[in-house]
Design a protein around this ligand. Structure first.
Ligand SMILES: C[S@@+](CC[C@H](N)C(=O)[O-])C[C@H]1O[C@@H](n2cnc3c(N)ncnc32)[C@H](O)[C@@H]1O
Length: 222
């Protein structure tokens, strides 16, 4: 029963991003002037990690970060469940070395190993009971010596969210431009809590706060 409820919530989360794909870039906080400094800092951190070689991006959305990854990587493979977002990503990046995959990350399995795995604004959409399995997937995606870089939001962002009923996972209510409302999973980790949880899963994690809203995390297998 709880499983059915969780599956329903995860389907609604995909429907939300499919419906709002065309308005995502105009409304996502990293595009707002107030967060321009945060984006610049995050980009500097990403580039300092030199994301060369085979790069995998999970939940790429409209490609706001894919375009940055594509500058350095030998190949970029991006995975997202929303074809509407992937279409925008393709228009934005559209390079022969960028491969877009439409798939559900809760069932997708990698066909190869990657030197660098990146995801932004995705970890907070992973339900707590899928956290360990998700990080198992990330480990399975990594080539020996591979690195991971994660961007997501801090608990402070709860003040601008609207909690939604969800028996299976923490959820928020999101409304698209047409007025249609959806629920999405939203789990906000404090840096120390995230580091401790990942430590128990065998990751070496360096977490930094970026402005009031974001954190970045660099990880390697321990
Ligand atoms: C907040 S957006 C992040 C997009 C992009 N990474 C960014 O930072 O702009 C979350 C993305 O997760 C994708 N998504 C939601 N559920 C998914 C699932 N089960 N499998 C794959 N992608 C999913 C959505 O389609 C959406 O593009």
């Amino acid at each position: 029963m709880a499983d059915d409820e969780l599956e329903g919530l995860l389907s609604e989360q995909i429907a939300y991003y499919r419906t709002r794909a065309h308005e995502y870039d105009a409304t996502y906080p990293l595009d707002a002037q107030a967060d321009a400094d945060a984006r610049a800092q995050l980009l500097t951190e990403l580039e300092a990690l030199a994301p060369y070689g085979r790069v995998l991006e999970l939940a790429c959305g409209t490609g706001q970060w894919t375009v940055e990854l594509a500058r350095h990587a030998t190949t970029v493979t991006t995975v997202d469940a929303a074809p509407e977002a992937l279409a925008i990503c393709r228009q934005r990046v559209g390079a022969a070395h960028v491969h877009l995959v439409e798939a559900d990350l809760f069932t997708w399995r990698p066909r190869e190993r990657y030197d660098f795995v990146f995801f932004s604004a995705w970890l907070s959409h992973v339900p707590p009971q899928r956290f360990d399995d998700f990080w198992g997937l990330v480990a399975d995606c990594l080539a020996p010596g591979g690195r991971v870089f994660v961007i997501d939001e801090l608990p402070a962002v709860a003040v601008v969210e609207h909690p939604a009923p969800g028996r299976s996972a923490p959820a928020v209510r999101r409304v698209v431009g047409s007025g249609q409302a959806f629920r999405a999973v939203k789990v906000l980790y404090a840096p120390d809590e995230l580091r401790a949880r990942l430590d128990t899963l065998g990751w070496n994690t360096d977490v930094r706060t970026v402005g009031w809203r974001f954190f970045s995390a660099s990880l390697r297998r321990g």
